[in-house]
Design a protein around this ligand. Structure first.
Ligand code: SF4
Length: 222
């Protein structure tokens, strides 16, 4: 059982959230407002793919399903790099079961790249830098040379809303946190027994948890 960027980030917020995602995802309750926010984020991400001009999108799905075919995406990424593509969207990599798909990998040299993480947000927040840092760590382990790491936020300009911010230093520093927590989170994800974490501030920050009804119900039972 591997770990994706989403798994890692959700596990860092609350280990129980990670466990529930892996074992009881049907207990999620996502508000209509959140669904809309996620949809707008996807739309903004789609538009951003062309921010450097033509691009190759390596997204692939397991036939007749909504699930990503990660193996195929990794192979598609290798092919796109070999082919000399300048911009690769959803560029996919795996290191020891740790998977990530980079929003935009932008070529700046024969063998040199910039990583762009796109967020439909009016500002760059710490969690965005950490998302980018996780990906930079995976790419580093896969031998990809990065010249810079950027978070693209939603700037208030209809004609040019894609504003990249250089977060290279902070993102690279986050690699230590990734190293220190990977094994712990992998064990939690694969654990057979449900883990127990009391509710608290972490249920709202940095992201509203979708299992709050379930955890509240468990607490009311005890
Ligand atoms: S509601 Fe709180 S304790 Fe329960 S899974 Fe979510 S973040 Fe963790």
């Amino acid at each position: 059982m591997g770990l994706s960027k989403t798994d890692f980030m959700r596990g860092m917020q609350c280990p129980k959230m990670l466990w529930l995602d892996a074992h009881k995802p049907r207990l999620r309750k996502i508000s209509d407002e959140k669904e809309l926010q996620l949809q707008r984020g996807d739309e903004f991400g789609e538009q951003a793919k062309a921010m450097f001009g033509p691009y190759a999108d390596v997204t692939d799905y397991i036939p007749n399903s909504k699930y990503l075919d990660k193996r195929k995406m990794i192979q598609n990424t290798k092919n796109a790099m070999r082919k000399g593509e300048e911009n690769i969207c959803e560029a996919s990599f795996e290191y020891g079961g740790i998977f990530c798909a980079v929003d935009i990998l932008h070529r700046v040299g024969d063998d040199l790249w910039e990583l762009y993480e796109v967020k439909n947000s009016p500002e760059v927040r710490q969690e965005h830098i950490e998302d980018a840092g996780y990906q930079a760590w995976v790419l580093g382990k896969c031998g990809i040379r990065l010249d810079g790491v950027f978070v693209v936020y939603h700037y208030d300009d209809e004609d040019d809303p894609f504003e990249p911010v250089d977060v290279t230093e902070e993102a690279e520093a986050f690699g230590k946190t990734v190293e220190e927590n990977l094994d712990r989170l992998l064990k939690i994800k694969g654990a057979k027994e449900e883990i127990h974490i009391p509710r608290g501030e972490h249920c709202e920050k940095p992201h509203e948890c979708w299992y709050q009804d379930y955890c509240r119900m468990l607490e009311n039972k005890t």
